[in-house]
Design a protein around this ligand. Sequence first.
Ligand SMILES: Cc1cc2nc3c(=O)[nH]c(=O)nc-3n(C[C@H](O)[C@H](O)[C@H](O)COP(=O)(O)OP(=O)(O)OC[C@H]3O[C@@H](n4cnc5c(N)ncnc54)[C@H](O)[C@@H]3O)c2cc1C
Length: 424
Amino acid sequence: MPLKIIICGGGIGGLSAAGYLRANHDVTVLERSKLDFTINDYGLSVVANAFNLLQKAGIKQENLDMVVMTHLWLRTHNNEEMRTEHFDTRARFGGAPSVLLKRAKLQEELMRFATSNEFAGGPAKVIENAKVTRVDAGAGKVWSEDGQVFEGDLIIGADGIHSIVRSAVLGGETPSRIRNTDTITFMAKLSVEDLRSDASFAYLADPAKQAGLCSAYAKSGPEVKKRILTYHTSLHGLQVVGYTVENEFAEKFASAKSAIIKDIPISRVVEDFAPEFSDDLVNLFRHSKVDAWKIRDLASMDTWYSGKALLIGDAVHAVTPHAGQGANITIEDAEALGYLLRDVESSDAIPDVLEKFVSLRKDRVNFVTRRSRELGNIQTDEDRTKVPITSAEFAKEIYTYLGAEHALKVPKPPIGAEATKGAN
Ligand SMILES: Cc1cc2nc3c(=O)[nH]c(=O)nc-3n(C[C@H](O)[C@H](O)[C@H](O)COP(=O)(O)OP(=O)(O)OC[C@H]3O[C@@H](n4cnc5c(N)ncnc54)[C@H](O)[C@@H]3O)c2cc1C
């Protein structure tokens, strides 16, 4: 008998989990919004670890309006030097490509994975405008704002950083797990065409030949949090992300009760970056409206499930965007769950599967969380007692991941060995 599975949230995690689980189970996804895949969404990297899993599942490159990453460019803030690294995970790690694309394009293809007849199993039912307002983890029941009640053998909380399912899993009045940092990003978009007249950006001007991500850091001191990233999001567009300290935005986010403040005056962005960065980098923000995004993550959680409810994705391990891994580890969660539940026919077997799932995923996502904080210079006091993860260690661990079946067959020592500074 297939299990009846209710997934709360139709984002990256919810739709990927629906895609993997529908092969063997009866899946319903409850999404609070009306999904719109036409929006000019922000850019994401889906790197080899997750892209490999998606390709194996039948996700089609040609549906993604994506580019394959071939390069990383590391610039000094003042434009005096630039280091070019070849970053093609097909060659470097003998595996899948790493790609850059818009989030909405990925979500659209994941919707196809979840609902199209081209994949194995019955299509998942995706119900839009169904905001989950209450979850009973013990009973496996979910209530939506419009008064509907859904019951399942398993409830999956894929409802993002402000997860309602998390409150049910953790029970009652637990303190918020969201950890605010003192960092924000200014987010803007531009077209490849916008760059063509500026010779200093020739390396970004032909993404059909070479595509990737350019990173420029401010030099040192407190400004070390400042960084301007530019990366392709398709053959035609780029995303610009300027990390900086929060300053007066702390109060603005608090009073707006939102993690995004739209339409930041360009003069405010220039004021922030012009003292440390060359004009050509600062001018990248002049091509579109600029929004400010608050950077947060979740404190590491020991409890990922309770009764019939399990958390995946940002609901249980939201990470800061510095390592570009949030969506990737979420897709890994979905694949692992699909694999572990593939033969399960009775709800009695679910608790063991959930335990196995957590033991498979937890060290890995904690490793990503710590590396993301290190890259943003926003570690906790506890993080600072650990020996930092090197980029080589991180790349090897992350890009060579081959999915749950392989991870279970080849048990390894805990990753990111928790070496403490000063220990022998
Ligand atoms: C600016 C930025 C850049 C990023 N860059 C990268 C990157 O380069 N690479 C990368 O791997 N990751 C990146 N990430 C992170 C990545 O987007 C997230 O980690 C990923 O989307 C997590 O997937 P999720 O399904 O858990 O959450 P989401 O994709 O946020 O989906 C949650 C879904 O749940 C729905 N929902 C919420 N509450 C309810 C409710 N009560 N009822 C029903 N539905 C609900 C929401 O509407 C949403 O559709 C970035 C994130 C940001 C913000």
